[in-house]
Write a protein that binds this ligand. Sequence first.
Ligand SMILES: [Zn+2]
Length: 437
Amino acid sequence: MKKELRILIVIFICLMIGFLFSLKVTEEQNDKNLIQNYTYSSQNSVDKDNYIAKPSEKAIEYQNKKVAVWVTRIILSIAIPALFLFTGFSSRIRNYIQNRSRIFLFIIIAYFILYYAISTLISLPLDYYSGYILKHLYGLSNQTFAKWFEDYLKSFVITLIAGSLFIWIPYVLIKKSPSHWWLYLGMLLIPVMFFVTLISPVYIDPIFNKYEKMQDSNLENKIYEEINRTTIENCKVYQVNKSVDTKEMNAYMTGVFNTKRIVLWDTTIKNLNQREILGIVAHEMGHYLMGHVWKAIIFAGVSSIFILYLINGSALWIISKSGGIFGFTKLHDIAALPLIVLLLNIFMFASAPISNAYSRYTEREADRFELELTKDNEATLSSTIKLHEESLILPTTGIIYKLWNYDHPTFQERVEFASKYKPWEENKPLKYKRYIK
Ligand SMILES: [Zn+2]
């Protein structure tokens, strides 16, 4: 290994330590501020629905555990591929497969399956803790262990099958066009993401949960009436039995053409009143009308071209400075897969604040549309409060955690917006009048 590469690794480790240290400091500061600033307690208020209560100790504790899980996940996402590389394990797996077959396709698929299975096995304890133990510990989950394990196994198998079917594409591209593969692969990803968005609500999502027609027909009529007040056509409304998995609430609008649908988690229907549900549906329609789904795909496509370009440049540099210690000298060698995964994880981590900032912007605009359509600030306020408090989400978090994890504005920001945004009372024009009939 050459000196430049060693220096780079040392700089990277120092940066990560600095990052973790600032995360710890900002989170502790936030906990302190929360305890000092939120003196209001929900038990003795007259207007309970419209204020943020002082966060419970339980909620603060839960946030601290979520931070710990996130930190462990970051470390694993770097440590697992790094171990494959630096111990020479990666090239040993390749040799093992190559001694049994010379077929390019077979070597690639067999390597992918082994790599994915081993890394899943290493992450399993963390996934089990964060997805099952932690949620039960804080009363956020209704899931049985059997259902959790079944869902985990299903998504493992789906990824394994999809990966085995498509892993040859990047490798053929890297081999045939070593200098421009990143561009072709990135451009290919955009239609693939559109296709996945198109088929997953119809073919993938029902693998995990049951989708059905709305059971409350009065509510269903009210929702269709609301849809008809906008420029959306041909949209269906479904409910999904998420209560087998979670106590948390959610809704979304997805699909295109005739797969267009609004889906309400049954937990949402159970816990919110009609005005609150209509507010949530309006928010989801806002996303759809403003084209947030396809814009997010274009955004992801363009950023993946950029990230793949960075991966190509940095991988070639690292290989040239490695002095052969990894046991491969070409990027199209399947033993280089952990290097690609490692760089992908690092660049995704580095770019997360940008994509989250974009997402927070679209969420604010969907909140704006919701209020412009319903003009029901009170319902938006009370549903925002219920949604956050019941999921033990704190009013604010430290800045580092927010930049890297918040794809929605914070609880406090959403409450402030919902209580202040009333342009119709001040005779100001509505921003999204064009979507409202
Ligand atoms: Zn949203």
